[in-house]
Design a protein around this ligand. Structure first.
Ligand code: DGY
Length: 320
């Protein structure tokens, strides 16, 4: 009997792949840094029993239609807006993501980005490295305090709660907005539920962690930024398309908000000449929320374990 065919859309850890290679023919796209071209993905999908995909791969209905043997897709991310889940379900294809294992790492990054934005860390680094530091002065690169301010978390899933835990250590008041109330977050983390508008009006830092769905697309629009305090910062570690970027640019230009820390963008990678990147008060990083070596390796192992489970006829751990 022929072995199942697995296509991995990037070069990933050989160690993570090793158990999968025992039971399947595994082919990886030969680059770690560049996305697989669509035609190559199609060519492999045609014969694949399983796909291990990245959040940058578009897995839509037309691709699924060309993959008659496909049984499972495992996405190296907690988010899965790049996959047409409905079309996959209709075809009986199992889709898995990598929740939980990236929670703490992504919360660390969220907090790092918040701190970097508030305390002007990237601007300050450039200032020193470019030789601009001529004398110490009282308000040199003075930013905003973080401790004891109000943090508003939009999207109180696991990552949101892990961010709230960190905020507790900084003596912050935590507001949250979510599809449903979260008793545990309220009782154990002292987070207070707020309507979206109330959260925007009261928060000094608005952190967006909500997944991208038809309901959340452009949630952060012109009106949302107008509701925010002029002294407040917007931090996005969720998905770029939750934000109307034109409205964000206007809000920054018109000083409706104080600054933004962005790990995700409408179009990724964002072009270097994009208007958002010209603001000194914007800290921009390349979608590295879960990017620690340990966590990314664990995510790869989890993707492989989920593929193996499905190929063996077992229940995968992270079936959506
Ligand atoms: C995810 O896993 O969806 C995150 O965006 C990774 O940083």
């Amino acid at each position: 009997m022929s072995r199942p065919y697995v296509f991995v859309t990037r070069k990933i850890s050989e160690e993570a792949l090793a158990p999968l290679k025992d039971i399947a023919d595994v082919h990886c796209w030969n680059s770690e840094s560049e996305a697989v071209p669509e035609e190559v993905l199609v060519e492999h999908a045609r014969k694949a029993d399983a796909l291990l995909t990245m959040l940058s791969d578009k897995i839509d209905q037309s691709l699924l239609n060309m993959a008659p043997n496909l049984k499972v897709i495992t996405n190296l991310a907690v988010g899965y807006d790049n996959i047409d889940i409905k079309a996959a379900a209709e075809k009986g294809i199992v889709v898995c993501n990598t929740p939980d294992v990236l929670t703490e790492t992504t919360a660390d990054l969220t907090f790092a980005l918040l701190l970097a934005t508030a305390r002007r860390i990237t601007e300050s680094e450039r200032y020193v490295k470019e030789g601009l530091w001529k004398s110490w002065s009282p308000y040199l690169l003075a930013g905003s305090d973080v401790h004891h301010k109000t943090l508003g978390i939009v999207g109180m899933g696991n990552i949101g709660q892990a961010v709230a835990k960190r905020a507790n250590g900084f003596g912050m008041d935590v507001l949250y907005h979510n599809r449903s109330r979260h008793q545990e977050a309220e009782q154990q983390l002292g987070a207070t539920y707020a309507s979206f508008t109330e959260l925007l009006r009261k928060s000094d830092f608005v952190v967006c962690l909500t997944p991208l769905t038809e309901k959340t697309r452009h949630l952060f629009n012109k009106q949302a930024f107008e509701e925010m305090k002029k002294s407040a910062y917007f931090i996005n570690v969720g998905r770029g398309q939750v934000v109307d970027e034109k409205a964000l640019i206007e809000a920054l230009e018109n000083k409706e908000i104080a600054g933004a820390g962005l790990d995700v963008f409408y179009q990724e990678p964002i072009e270097a000449n994009h208007p958002l990147l010209k603001f000194p008060q914007v800290v921009a990083i390349p979608h590295i929320g879960s990017a620690s070596v340990e966590t990314r390796t664990t995510m790869m192992e989890l993707c492989c374990a989920n593929i193996m489970a499905v190929l063996k006829g077992e229940q995968p751990k992270n079936k959506l």
